[in-house]
Design a protein around this ligand. Structure first.
Ligand SMILES: [Zn+2]
Ligand SMILES: [Zn+2]
Ligand SMILES: [Zn+2]
Length: 161
């Protein structure tokens, strides 16, 4: 379970070494990271995973299938989500590159490069610290998160095709 914890941090979460925990969805029992995956996982199992406890990001893990693979790697990435197809909240035309963590979703917090420059003039926090990069992660815009360290080709801004 330690390897899975590390993998999730590497691809989606690690910002400043927050605590994390696996728990069961209904009873919220903690699943110790010292346990071996063989003794925890079975087909159909769902587990909650929390990263950080103040600015927390929660994931739901599902064991979809199991089959034997010959490898020396601890974890092999078979597939992942593509970059999110978000367009700028202001101009609705260009892909977003920056998020303002002060302005919430309803007011519009996702900006393309050009609109971000305009927003920086109106929003003092944005020009100082509240501008965060758009990345392919559920931890985007949380704490100091700036992207993962594995599969970084797909940890990018979506490009309008
Ligand atoms: Zn953090
Ligand atoms: Zn724009
Ligand atoms: Zn702002």
């Amino acid at each position: 379970m330690k390897n899975i914890d590390r993998f999730l941090r590497n691809i989606w979460l690690e910002c400043c070494g927050h605590l994390s925990a696996f728990t069961t969805p209904q009873s919220h029992d903690k699943v110790p990271v010292s346990r071996n995956v063989d003794n925890v996982f079975c087909k159909g199992l769902k587990l909650e995973y929390k990263y950080g406890f103040g600015s927390r990001t929660e994931l739901l893990l599902t064991v979809v299938e199991e089959y034997p693979v010959k490898t020396d790697d601890k974890i092999i990435l078979l597939s992942r989500n593509e970059p999110l197809e978000w367009l700028c909240d202001t101009c609705k035309k260009k892909p977003v590159t920056l998020i303002c963590i002060i302005h919430d979703w309803e007011e519009g917090s996702l900006f393309c490069k050009k609109c971000a420059e305009k927003h920086a003039k109106k929003c003092e926090d944005f020009s100082k610290y509240a501008a965060m990069p758009v990345v392919n992660s559920p931890h985007m815009g949380v704490c100091g998160y700036e992207g993962g360290v594995i599969d970084i080709e797909r940890d990018v801004v979506f490009v309008k095709g």
